[in-house]
Write a protein that binds this ligand. Structure first.
Ligand code: DQA
Length: 150
């Protein structure tokens, strides 16, 4: 039974609600609901719970990260374009002080140069990019490992 001790908060930033129709040549045809279902299946197998959310608003993401220590043991975050701009998300992640894995569907290092810089990597234990929705499952695997060995 999942509780706060083994719940992973999975945060998705702006425009990820548009997956499925958004630039399919880059992001594929999976919707965010498809990815949530993948995560739920993976989490069940690992014996962890998930709390899966999406927001287009930077402040709402900050609020959720601030609340994370009260409801989760770790964070997976795909901050979308805020990855490349948001010191506020970085500061919030540092303050939450939980294990953090950063995920990107696309390989951000093979795209426009401005996507290669991630502010939030400064607060991340690791980053997985370029594997589409599978990246979220890999991140859950990594976190379950970290939580089990803690
Ligand atoms: C993204 C990559 C970002 O550069 C972009 O702004 C996104 C999605 C990804 O998952 O590949 O919104 O985070």
């Amino acid at each position: 039974m999942a509780d706060m001790v083994n719940t992973v908060l999975i945060l998705n930033g702006p425009n990820l609600n548009m997956l499925g129709t958004r630039e399919p040549e880059i992001y594929g045809s999976q919707t965010l609901a498809d990815i949530e279902a993948l995560c739920a299946g993976q989490a069940e197998g690992l014996g962890v719970g998930i709390d899966f959310r999406q927001s287009n608003a930077e402040g709402e993401l900050v609020d959720w990260i601030q609340g994370a220590p009260d409801c989760a043991a770790a964070i997976i975050i795909n901050a979308g374009a805020y990855t490349h701009t948001s010191v506020a998300l970085l500061d919030a992640l540092r303050t939450a002080n939980l294990p953090v894995i950063e995920v990107h569907l696309s390989n951000i290092h093979r795209r426009e140069a401005y996507r290669s810089t991630s502010y939030i990597s400064q607060a991340s234990d690791g980053m997985i990019c370029g594997f589409g929705g599978l990246g979220y499952e890999l991140a859950l695997d990594a976190l379950a490992n970290m939580l089990n060995s803690a």
